[in-house]
Design a protein around this ligand. Structure first.
Ligand code: HEM
Length: 451
């Protein structure tokens, strides 16, 4: 057994570039050091892994030996003990309860909401207008999650308040990689006070909705089966044990947090890439014209929109919103040839695995067509992993893919989005990977459908 994985030369200098550009640093480690790198420094143990077989060990085969990494665990100040951070038997039970709410049959019901909310956003756009597409996509996907969760049980005013609160809460994490630290909330900075206020505001809204629902109010009149919150309430009844209001609050907060920014980023990057690749945009428009001919897309159209889906996949490959996945072994383990001590932060970087030239020739090129001949079925597991893997794979995976394809199709049919910023994006690594300063575009009404 080897003593330690290779370390970058001049690690301290390396750290500076890691803080400035963590995804780029992960890729550089892969190219210069191979499949495993030891990044431990100043008492903090960290190992970066790229090898799909090792990733499979961490996320699947030996997953019982790992918990979420320290950074993800820190999100409990927002999501409490929600699905993203809970562990062990408690996590297993919650996942089992929530899984049916994400089955294909349910997603077909949310699909209408996805298209309706996208159309209603587009009603506010006018020809020639300059917009920040990232801000628009954040609002859109938050609305969609809110409607999927609460149906008409959330007023427009409350939805607006939720949006403001979530945006404020996420600001806390924006500097997380730039500075490497998040100050504990006990340190009374103005930011910490603002954060607490917003969490309290969000709690009030969520608990009000949950209590009203328990009392039998606020149900979506138009829907027979109800919304996601109804599902969560029903599920617990079947199980015999009740989720408390505070557990429901944690799960709703988790779905808000995990379910909107990631999809917003996927759409933002997809439009950025399309904006700079007119051939791909033409092909997309042609597919939409052939299949939809100007009508609204619906769930049943998805299999007939392979290129639209390929654009979504290629954007997920090049700009994985969850660009980093972390775990921590709770006891000493071995990874390949290496002994890894309990408490080591294990860093998995989809940003780097998605750029393996062996699987993705010309890895930096935007080529949606690479997905058209069944590439996702041929790829070894744990190479393309925008949604993670193993039992903790994203529960909203199918929801997100449906949402991205339907929203992309709805928007691209009505508007052409001209990028007004540069081709190269400056990225802000946080819990997700955001474009610095948003994504400025000019929107142009599409006048005619191509024959
Ligand atoms: C493009 C969009 C999305 C991406 C890229 C994404 C990515 C991910 C990834 C990588 C994980 C695993 C994290 C880990 O293993 O540590 C995850 C977990 C999760 N995601 Fe997503 N996600 C997306 C959309 C959504 C949506 C729409 C929802 C819900 C409506 C959602 C809810 C969750 C939840 C609850 C978890 C925790 C699951 C568990 O641990 O059991 N995500 N997501």
């Amino acid at each position: 057994m080897s003593a330690l994985p290779p370390r970058p030369k001049g690690l301290l200098r390396g750290y500076v570039s890691m803080l400035r550009d963590p995804p780029g640093f992960a890729l550089q480690c892969r190219r210069e050091l191979g499949q495993v790198a030891d990044l431990s420094l100043l008492g903090m143990r960290m190992v970066l892994i790229h090898d799909p077989a090792l990733i499979e060990h961490v996320l699947l085969k030996d997953q019982h030996l790992y918990i979420k990494d320290a950074l993800t665990r820190g999100l409990d100040e927002v999501v409490g003990n929600g699905l993203l951070v809970s562990e062990g038997d408690f996590w297993k039970r919650q996942r089992r309860l929530m899984q049916p709410a994400f089955h294909q049959r349910r997603i077909a019901e949310y699909a209408r909401t996805m298209v309706t909310e996208t159309q209603s956003m587009l009603e506010g756009w006018s020809d020639g207008e300059a917009r920040d597409l990232h801000a628009d996509m954040m609002t859109l996907t938050l609305r969609i999650v809110a409607r999927a969760l609460f149906g008409s049980g959330i007023s427009d005013a409350d939805a607006g308040r939720v949006e403001t609160a979530i945006a404020e809460i996420m600001r806390r994490y924006l500097g997380i990689f730039g500075s490497g630290i998040v100050l504990p909330l006990a340190v009374p900075t103005p930011g910490a006070r603002r954060f607490r206020r917003q969490i309290a505001a969000l709690d009030r809204i969520l608990l009000e909705i949950i209590r009203a629902r328990r009392a039998g109010a606020g149900r979506d009149a138009g829907s027979e089966r109800g919304d996601l919150l109804d599902m969560l309430l029903e599920m617990q009844d079947e199980d015999g044990t009740r989720m408390t209001d505070s557990q429901l609050r944690d799960e709703c907060m988790t779905l808000f947090l995990a379910g909107h920014e990631t999809t917003a980023l996927n759409l933002t990057y997809a439009f950025h890439l399309l904006g700079h690749h007119p051939d791909a945009r033409d092909r997309l428009e042609q597919e939409l014209a052939d299949v939809l001919g100007g009508r609204e897309p619906e769930m049943a159209d998805l299999p007939r929109l392979p290129f639209t889906r390929a654009v979504v996949n290629e954007a997920l490959r090049l700009y994985p919103p969850a660009w980093s996945i972390g775990r921590e072994p709770t006891e000493d383990v071995t990874l390949g040839d290496y002994p890894i001590a309990a408490g080591t932060q294990i860093w998995i970087a989809p940003w780097a695995t998605h750029r393996e030239p062996e699987h993705f020739p010309e890895p930096e090129a935007f080529r949606p067509e690479r997905w058209l001949d069944g590439l996702d079925k041929r790829l070894p597991r744990y190479v393309f992993m925008p949604f993670g893997g193993g039992p903790r794979i994203c529960i909203g995976n199918a929801f997100a893919m449906t949402e991205a394809v339907l929203a992309l199709a709805t928007i691209a049919q009505r508007f052409e989005l001209e990028p007004t910023g540069g081709r190269e994006l400056e990225l802000v690594p946080s819990v997700t990977l955001r474009p610095k300063g948003g994504l400025p575009v000019r929107v142009r009404t599409r006048t005619a459908q191509k024959p």
